[in-house]
Design a protein around this ligand. Structure first.
Ligand SMILES: [Zn+2]
Length: 107
């Protein structure tokens, strides 16, 4: 199904990343469940809603990264199709764009 041979070290790295992202996904899902279940105080609900939004966003980012790993497009910039530098991915595992494209994306 996949095309060509890939570097094995890369595959190892992706396997590890996939495992840690899956774990993170579970943690965030549990947090979201907790946040959405716990209501009562309206002041707290306001704080909660910001946390819920942030948690949802990170779940989205994590699941996007997991999907790209599965599809074999992880680490490829979605905008210019170039490689996203490994150092960037280490800091931001769910990065979808390389640095120049990310900056263009904002502007
Ligand atoms: Zn790019």
């Amino acid at each position: 199904m996949s095309t060509g041979t890939h570097r094995r070290a890369d595959q190892d790295r992706l396997d590890n990343l996939h495992a840690s992202l899956s774990q993170e996904f579970e943690v965030q899902t549990a947090r979201l469940t907790e946040l959405t279940a716990d209501t009562g105080d309206p002041n707290q609900a306001h704080t909660q809603s910001a946390l819920i939004a942030a948690t949802r966003q990170s779940l989205e980012q994590i699941s996007g990264a997991l999907r790209r790993i599965a599809e074999g497009t992880y680490g490829v910039c979605e905008r210019c199709q170039g490689d996203i530098p490994t150092e960037r991915l280490e800091i931001l595992p769910h990065a979808r764009f390389c640095v120049p494209c990310q900056q263009k994306q904002k502007g």
